[in-house]
Design a protein around this ligand. Sequence first.
Ligand SMILES: Cc1cc2nc3c(=O)[nH]c(=O)nc-3n(C[C@H](O)[C@H](O)[C@H](O)COP(=O)(O)OP(=O)(O)OC[C@H]3O[C@@H](n4cnc5c(N)ncnc54)[C@H](O)[C@@H]3O)c2cc1C
Length: 462
Amino acid sequence: MDQQIFDIAIVGGGFSGTLVAAHLLGQSAGPLRLALFEAQPEQSGLGVAYSTVDRCHLLNVPAGNMSALPDWPDHFLDWAQRQTDLIDPPWVTAVDALAYLPRRAYGMYLRSLLDQAEQGAGPAIELARCIDEITAITHREGRVVLQTAAGSFVAARQVVLALGNFRPRDPAIDTPDFYQDSRYQGSPWSPQALADVAKTNACLLIGAGLTMADWALALSRSGYQGTIHVLSRRGLWPAAHRPYRPVAFDSRLRDEPSTVRRLLRLIRSGVDSEEGDWRAVIDGLRPHSQAIWSALPLVEKRRFLRHLRHYWDLHRHRVAPVVEGSLDQLLRSGRLLRHVGRLQSFAQSADGITVSYRPRGRTIPETIQVDAVVNCSGSESDYRKLDSPLVRSLLEQGLARPDPLHLGLDVAANGALLGTDGIPSQQLFTVGPPKKGMLWETTAVPEIRCQAAELAQTLLIS
Ligand SMILES: Cc1cc2nc3c(=O)[nH]c(=O)nc-3n(C[C@H](O)[C@H](O)[C@H](O)COP(=O)(O)OP(=O)(O)OC[C@H]3O[C@@H](n4cnc5c(N)ncnc54)[C@H](O)[C@@H]3O)c2cc1C
């Protein structure tokens, strides 16, 4: 078999994979042969979050906290302030530490970071950027062999799985055949999806989180004249950032709360104190989130997921104030209608789609007429349910296993995958969202940038 051989192969060219690659290029004394695989050409060096081209899709973290480099806090802000085209009212009116800049701009920043790392790398250090999906991984003669969708094989000494965010799970309904209908958009981040839905007279967005906000704003900006229906189970709605006075938890957190009840008490005491609003409390807990999560027994973590997860997500992941304002305008104009209840079925006809749902607290179903349905219900993290051939290959061979809460993969502290035998792999590692079961707070830039730098070091010394 004719096979290319690399020292390290990274699977996934989003923020996590790109950043690990940049650190490896920057930190290695060489020689080093590195491959970076990305399945979707338009996501190469950008990933799901930063490949959008829509200027109303803003970062949900202020520019001052979006540096990709943990030791250089203003790195992104400095880069952004050198760009000449970021001011774009009403979305961006200033480029300062508190600004919520377009996600597309962040993607450009990431690409420039990798380009610079490649240009600055020593002569014996090579990066191969490959547009191909990895569909299977096997071990052979001390190496990892990666099979690609295009039918080739490459070998590597070590592999980083930077697989990131997967499309949402299709909600359980009485009529699952509907999910084959071309009017159903199951992948909300697919580049073609918006153009298809924008042609309709009415659409349904399932879920009322940040992806719903992205869709509602992008449809509105595209000149959509139809009605946007939003259906959510609990009636929660995105909260916005506001300035606040920070709450410092250091003195109160000598011991992490060991139950969800104690955690709630801690949050309530923070909110009741005169120090700030709930945003200050949630953000004040952020540096402690991983330690709090680790200290909770499994049964308490499950309790948190059952009762508090959606409320935590709502308060923790907030939109820029301008996004909140645009959503309010859509609501006030009657072009966006909110429904609260559980989805039951879809009935298709040539004229449209009848959506049936059971309103919260009621028994008699109601219906909505639409022409398209978009699943905005959030990334699937249960690896047993993913339709990724690579993930199936890893699980079937016992090279990886889901974490006990099914939030991602079971990993050691350094990101090494645990196989079914529970032994940390010397060759397979992961970074970012797949570590959610272990860390909980691991899906956003401030956490991933530290993991990426540390993982690069681990790989280079092993
Ligand atoms: C819409 C959205 C907006 C967000 N906004 C913010 C924000 O403003 N601030 C913030 O801090 N965080 C934000 N996040 C969180 C985000 O998860 C992280 O910031 C970060 O982008 C995660 O990067 P990643 O590389 O781990 O995952 P991804 O961006 O999902 O990248 C993973 C990549 O791996 C590729 N891939 C997967 N499997 C294979 C395979 N088998 N072979 C080859 N390639 C493969 C995928 O195609 C994808 O491009 C956002 C997330 C989303 C979904």
